[in-house]
Ligand binder design. Sequence first.
Ligand code: TRP
Length: 453
Amino acid sequence: MTQNREAWGSKIGFILAAAGSAVGLGNIWKFPYIAGENGGAAFIFVYLLCIGIIGFPVLISEVLIGRTTQKNPVGAFASLSNSKLWLSVGFLGVLAGFLILSFYSVIGGWTIGYVIETLRGSLSSFTSPEEAGVLFGSLSGSPAWTLGFHTLFFALTMFIVVKGVQGGIEKSSKIMMPVLLSILVILMVRGVTLDGADEGMAFLWVPDWSKINAQSILIALGHAFFTLSLGMGAMMTYGSYMSKKDSVVTASAQIVLLDTLIALMAGVAIFTAVFASGLNPAAGPGLIFQTLPAVFASMTGGVYFSFLFFLLLAIAALTSAISLLEVVVAYFVDEKGWDRKGAVLIFGGSIYLLGVPSALSFNLMADSKMFGMTFFDVVDFLASNVLLPFGGLMIAIFAGWVWSRTSVMAALKEGAEGLFENYPWFEGVWLFFLKFVAPVLITIVLLNSLGLV
Ligand code: TRP
């Protein structure tokens, strides 16, 4: 079995695919508005710190567990430990992949829907975000529109994953990631050259330390996790296709750099344009689907920028969605002996169906609530706020405390011998953050999500 398991064709292929997983709606939509709301540069400083002391060490552990065992999350824990506890951590990861993809695809569908609306010309006549909001309300209020684009987005995701690790995920990432970066450069240059761009730059870069409090630090921590796709074995699964000749540490550092760079670029592109149009940055979905369409409508050539922007979002969402589906598929292929095609059809199909009530949460099912939340919100909360931090906590504990130090270090040094000779302190620092800092901080995030602290 192991000898004909799939693998990446090249190191750069792995970096681009993993960066594709990391760079998603989290970077382009969520990061800019949480940074804006929580003190701009001050928040960015805290966020970078969280990425450095938690995101990076946990990312290394996830990729390493995958690379060492060459298995999906369930198989990976099964081959490193014989306790049922760790097996169930792997299962929760597969479950989280199931849940996240089901609602992620709904928003991914909206982004494609907005590419189409731009092309149809329906976004070009807005004079205010409120007008753009009316259109957004009627589109997301339509079951046919939300379901139709959920279906289209999901079909694209399945189409890529069915073609396999090299022929589907790697090949498409090698095309989509450069396109994504080029679009972002164009939008950023357009943004900073607009009259009045400096106000947007100030919003993002002038630190307002008075906005930093316990809550904003928790937001930064939680986001550091989500943006790097940690906590459910997505990076473990991608790591399982990685060659033992390459360094896990260097690859993880490159993934972190790309993810952070792209989030910051998105912040610049969005806020320069919003402020130059004299608008206020809104929070939540409103920023992308209401404020920005009004910004583009007021810009010369705005329809081109609008097209590029929603295409950028759609690409970012698609490269993340394929990593979510791959976790579920890898489990059934490795552990249950399914062939890739069957696993994609059957389990992709089930995730798609689970997404249907999420797509209808904005229209037909808007009034069916559990704990005051729609179906969409419940699934999002359960996966993003409970399963991911819990998974991340367990992964840090496993790599830091359960896996023996000799085995972890032997695995980590494979393909990275030079690095550990040149930076002998790295081992101690990594283990310190993994064993002590990450578990404590992630536990606080988890308890906070559950309303316990
Ligand atoms: N990182 C992606 C984003 O920023 C979201 C994502 C994709 C994700 N795959 C994941 C989050 C796996 C957690 C786990 O939008």
